[in-house]
Design a protein around this ligand. Structure first.
Ligand code: ZN
Length: 169
């Protein structure tokens, strides 16, 4: 039944993929809409096809194991700017190409009073005005300049030592 429902909701090719699909429900504070969050994925997540009921996709286990320790079982996502009714973020290969375990993670985010365990705020929501990073001029130092700079640095160090010596007396 779960599989039929997900086919209706997700007509895309994603559903053609028969690889393991996990589902995780998290709560985030309302004010986090649009922000980037990091989520530590539990070592076991519910099967997104059957939601724990057991199906062919999860070998009747109802869930999938996510290998690795908490430092590797992490994903970073930007939340949509509208969270109120809850959103499902599909993350393909959440742990990289060669990541064992699940091929898709359906992260279901809902607005709540507090962040769920393992969910941390990373970056603020993007504002309308794009942040413009000043382009740093990067002049490549010629060998002569490098030599000069090194000489000046040596002189500076020598002077500093001299001053320190004078002060010390
Ligand atoms: Zn299943």
């Amino acid at each position: 039944m779960g599989e039929a429902l997900s086919r209706v909701l997700d007509p895309a090719a994603l559903d053609a993929c028969d690889k393991p699909r996990g589902r995780l429900v998290i709560e985030v504070p309302r004010g986090w809409a649009g922000a980037v969050i990091e989520v530590v994925i539990p070592a076991r997540v519910a099967c997104a096809r059957c939601d724990g009921g057991g199906c062919d996709g999860c070998g009747r286990r109802g869930g999938h194991r996510v290998p690795g320790d908490p430092t590797t079982r992490r994903v970073r996502v930007r939340l949509p700017s509208e969270l109120e009714s809850g959103v499902v973020l599909r993350i393909l290969r959440p742990f990289g190409e060669d990541g064992a375990g699940i091929a898709q993670l359906h992260l279901e985010a809902r607005a709540g009073a507090a962040a769920s365990e393992g969910v941390t705020w990373c970056e603020p929501a993007m504002t309308d005005a794009p942040r413009i990073e000043p382009a740093a001029p990067r002049a490549s130092a010629s060998p002569l300049d490098t030599w000069r700079a090194a000489t000046y640095a040596t002189i500076a160090v020598a002077l500093a030592a001299l001053v320190a010596f004078a002060v010390g007396r």
